[in-house]
Ligand binder design. Structure first.
Ligand SMILES: [Zn+2]
Length: 361
């Protein structure tokens, strides 16, 4: 398996460098669809932009492997008379990292550049030295001196702003960048489809390769698509916190490190029989993995699938990620590769005849 060959890497970089903010994922979905097209029998798009490919359509048993396509961003929600823009979150965007960041504002006239301004250290003396970024005090400067000038540039309330940062490699081991949460998931499931095609594997079920929209605002795309596809099993992949870096407490957040394998999450929404299956698959194929637990919900699309259609056996396999929701999210290449293998081999073990009941009453 050559996951990071030239062709795959080209897609990975294009897909990550493109902006696919929540609610406006179209350009990302187009890139994703054109990459997966040769590996699926059918491609579909739902009404809010969730894109899915089907391998083996028409079988009575349906399995979904899923990631989310959207990335966090900002909405412009106010333009002042002197030409500064205020923002609100679109997803869990982090005000703490905003100051001094460059943004792309997506307008009907195309991308307009802006920066999150911040008062100079010299002007923050005394009590002002305690100034911290908050949603109330961050603002975007586009170099305009009036509201009128801003509007002439094509910017209006409701335009979306994304950070400019792109993906890079670190030490040949890591990718670092914006929106690895969860474009890396889209890359992973695309690679699973490619692997099935390359190895000429025939599955005894229909496989739905799902790239959902609107996860970052409450799993909305997954809620919609779960009803459309009505899968019998869902394998969801997202990112999870690496807790081995400074200032993160593993005793509170669990012990997960990049490079030690993808994780499986234990949570009520995660089906025990699926955990058994993926654990055996990992052992059999020598795939390293880590365990973590979630109280109540997983906060991922897993919940949306699990609690749809009277209950869908679902599992969450996650990619350890450093610095989530910043512009320097980091993921380890080995984990990405192992996650692809894990999902691929789990699909090969999945039997449509399997009885998912916890016991026979
Ligand atoms: Zn995510």
């Amino acid at each position: 398996m050559d996951v990071f060959n030239e062709k795959n890497k080209k897609f990975l970089f294009e897909y990550h460098n493109n902006a696919a903010p929540t609610g406006a994922e179209k350009s990302g979905q187009k890139l994703w669809a054109s990459f997966v097209k040769p590996y699926v029998d059918e491609l579909q798009l739902d009404i809010y932009g969730t894109c899915y490919g089907i391998i083996n359509p028409g079988k009575p048993f349906r399995v979904a492997i899923e990631s989310h396509a959207d990335e966090i961003s900002w909405f412009i929600n106010h333009i002042s008379e002197d030409g500064f823009l205020r923002v609100i979150r679109n997803g869990g965007s982090d005000h703490a990292i905003a100051p001094a960041k460059r943004v792309n504002i997506h307008t009907p006239k195309g991308v307009v550049k802006g920066v999150f301004g911040w008062p100079a250290i010299h002007t923050r003396k005394g009590s002002e030295d305690k100034l911290h970024a908050s949603l109330k005090n961050i603002f975007v400067d586009v170099g305009a001196s009036s509201k009128e000038e801003v509007e002439k540039m094509g910017i209006h309330v409701g335009c979306i702003a994304t950070f400019e940062d792109e993906i890079t490699e670190l030490n040949k081991k890591y990718f670092a960048g914006r929106g690895l949460d969860n474009k890396m998931g889209g890359f992973v499931i695309a690679q699973v489809a490619k692997l099935l095609k390359d190895k000429k594997k025939e599955l005894p079920f229909s496989l739905y390769l799902v790239n959902s929209v609107q996860e970052e605002v409450g799993l909305r795309g997954a809620e919609m698509i779960a009803q459309t596809i009505k899968p019998h099993v869902a394998i969801v992949t997202d990112v999870t916190h690496d807790t081995s870096t400074p200032l993160v407490n593993p005793k509170i957040h669990g012990e997960v490190s990049c490079g030690k394998g993808p994780t499986v999450t234990y949570a009520p929404a995660v089906h025990s029989k699926m955990i058994e299956l993926v654990s055996k698959v990992a052992e059999k194929n020598k795939i390293p993995f880590q365990r973590e637990a979630s109280s109540r919900s997983t906060g991922t699309d897993t919940d949306a699938f699990a609690y749809s259609n009277g209950g869908v056996p679902s599992i969450l396999l996650s990619l350890p990620l450093r610095y989530m929701h910043t512009t320097v999210e980091m993921a380890h290449k080995d984990d990405i590769e192992n996650l692809i293998k894990w999902i691929y081999h789990s699909l090969l073990e999945l039997d449509p005849e399997m009885d998912f009941r916890y016991f026979v009453p």
